[in-house]
Design a protein around this ligand. Structure first.
Ligand SMILES: Nc1ncnc2c1ncn2[C@@H]1O[C@H](COP(=O)(O)OP(=O)(O)OP(=O)(O)O)[C@@H](O)[C@H]1O
Ligand SMILES: [Mg+2]
Length: 253
């Protein structure tokens, strides 16, 4: 399996009023092609910071982050932004859609911005994604006119418009009720089965149960990880959730 992201000795320190906060301490980590991994850990343990530095949204203080063999530290901010645009997708708990654009235009935006295909093809791509995620009927809606679950599925369409190698998801179900959360997780599993690697942060063992591997972060370092393997059958989710909960308790959750 090809290595998508290779992280060695990742450290991130924030300095506020001359006081340093070592948020990430010496993280080593590999994400392979087609993998679906989850980061769990207490609030403030550095999960979002890990996601943001590993995806190049924020710069590391020390260490190496290589994406498809290229080191982020050899890229300037513009090059890094291009890599994020064409090879990475992002979804967040807060969703971050443009209020002045309808759902479809929000999805088209990064497609047009990347310009990998002509506009007609990108539009067809967006419609294909929206159909697949069951939100074609809300294409022209304002973002305030749809449910949270629909909005997150639209965010997923937007994240996938340029066929990213990896999808980063920071608490993608954090703002959703359990039914909508389950639907978004099902979509993530499908996206992953189609070959996109996923790195997700969640507080929910139920959500984590869909992934292949769970990493437990505490005080900015990796305390342990558990290998669940690919989810072959949805019926296994409950048993996997129990396995994660038991493991987290052993970790001192
Ligand atoms: N931009 C920033 N500037 C300064 N400190 C920050 C910044 N972002 C995060 N921190 C600090 O880094 C630590 C880790 O934050 P982070 O958001 O990564 O935690 P988390 O594990 O994602 O928590 P949660 O589960 O609450 O989302 C916290 O102490 C936080 O205050
Ligand atoms: Mg967070």
């Amino acid at each position: 399996m090809e290595t998508v992201i290779d992280v060695k000795g990742l450290c991130k320190t924030y300095i506020i009023k001359k006081i340093s906060n070592n948020v990430l301490r010496n993280i080593d980590f590999i994400l392979r092609e087609g993998e679906f991994i989850t980061i769990m850990g207490p609030s403030g343990s550095g999960k979002s910071t890990m996601l943001y530095t590993v995806s190049g949204m924020d710069r590391a203080t020390a260490g190496d982050i290589c994406f498809l063999g290229k080191n982020f530290s050899d890229m300037n901010d513009k090059e890094l932004a291009r890599v994020r645009l064409v090879s990475m997708g992002f979804i967040f708990q807060q969703m971050y859609m443009m209020r002045k654009l309808c759902i479809l235009d929000n999805i088209l935006l990064p497609g047009f911005h990347a310009g990998l295909k002509d506009r007609k093809q990108i539009r067809e791509e967006a419609e294909m994604l929206m159909r697949r995620l069951g939100i074609m009927d809300i294409a022209e809606n304002e973002i305030s006119e749809v449910s949270g679950g629909q909005l997150q599925r639209a965010c997923l369409c937007r994240a996938l418009i340029n066929h990213p190698k990896v999808l980063f998801a920071d608490e993608p179900t954090g703002a959703l009720n359990s039914k909508a959360a389950g639907e978004v997780v099902n979509e993530l599993v499908k996206v992953n089965r189609d070959g996109t690697a996923i790195m997700m942060v969640t507080h929910s063992a139920r959500v984590a149960a869909a992934s292949d591997r769970v990493i437990y972060l505490i005080d900015g370092h990796i305390e342990g990880s558990i290998e669940l393997g690919k989810l072959e059958d949805e019926a296994d989710l409950l048993q996997r959730e129990r396995q994660i909960n038991k493991w987290l308790m052993d970790q001192g959750w």
